[in-house]
Design a protein around this ligand. Structure first.
Ligand SMILES: [Zn+2]
Length: 299
């Protein structure tokens, strides 16, 4: 694996490669950007390169071998346990970080989803960020930068990750995973590969929603409500589905007016109104909007 095998974020690749070739490695980095755009993949690959004992890209050195076998003594990953990173995890890291590297000349710590650190954990980490051992590099990843203390952020060099272009997501899914994703689902993935894969897994739900919107104006009210079964069933995912409905409506210009009802329904649901009534409201209003349109256009 090298950066070249990771999709998107060319600027980040250039920045990290330059840091390595010029041997200008800092003590702490903050990899920031939305979920599913490769922050952790980049961080792991950056770590491997920092630990590597050779300049060549053949990944045959002892360090790379250990790294690939997941038993590198100078590389540590810390991630949330039960949704948070606790002070004990940071304390453990602080003890370990003082021991000199064994295989490589450096030690790399990767804190995944670092915003899950409790306040205490963040304050504790601060001490290490202020005075890291000379051989240590700490990489933090986050999709919620605002949850990190300013004092933490100011100690790190921020590396910003951009959403991946739609064409690249499409290409990646096709070539690496043999997945053909519908155009609408790709635009709903918001530049995130992991989101695109999730959407693919839920493809059937979205196909049913497509059919609902396609047919809603062409049938009577009762049938429309029956067809909307999927909306009543998918309570857990309803906000995502409503977002999707907006994308579909947006793509079919004659149905634009319905977007207002989707927006109202989103708000009603968040205000925890009666679930079924919210969906009734949405389906009925969309039905009326479309039927009005059909009767208008047939005059
Ligand atoms: Zn190596």
């Amino acid at each position: 694996m090298s950066f070249n095998n990771i999709v998107g974020n060319e600027k980040v690749k250039t920045f990290l490669n330059k840091a390595i070739s010029e041997n200008h490695i800092l003590h702490s980095y903050l990899f920031s950007g939305i979920e599913g755009i490769g922050k952790t993949l980049f961080a792991r690959e950056f770590a491997r390169k920092l630990l590597c004992l050779e300049k060549e890209e053949n990944e045959n050195c002892l360090s790379c071998q250990k790294y690939h076998n997941h038993n590198h003594p100078d590389f540590y990953e810390i991630e949330p346990e039960n949704n948070s990173i606790k002070i004990e995890q940071i304390r453990q890291m602080q003890e370990k970080i003082l021991e000199k590297p064994i295989t490589s000349t450096k030690k790399v710590y990767l804190i995944i989803d670092s915003d899950a650190m409790t306040k205490e954990a963040q304050n504790c980490l601060l001490k290490t960020l202020e005075e890291p051992p000379e051989y240590a590099t700490i990489i933090l990843t986050t999709a919620n930068e605002s949850k990190l203390l300013n004092t933490i952020k100011s100690r790190c060099i921020k590396v910003s990750f951009e959403p991946i272009e739609e064409t690249k997501i499409e290409e990646y899914l096709k070539e690496q995973m043999q997945i053909e994703l519908a155009e609408k689902l790709i635009s709903k993935s918001e530049g995130s590969i992991s989101k695109a894969i999730k959407l693919q897994e839920e493809k059937e739900i979205y196909e049913e929603v497509d059919e609902l919107i396609e047919k809603i104006g062409k049938q009577d009210k009762i049938t429309a409500l029956k067809q909307a079964k999927i909306l009543y069933e998918q309570k857990e995912k309803i906000q995502e589905i409503l977002e999707y409905i907006n994308v579909v409506l947006y793509h079919t210009k004659e149905k634009w007016n319905c977007i207002q009802y989707v927006e109202q329904t989103k708000k009603r649901l968040l205000a925890s109104s009666n679930y079924d009534m919210c969906i009734d409201y949405l389906v009925m209003n969309m039905w009326e909007e479309m039927n009005e349109k059909y009767s208008r256009s047939s005059i």
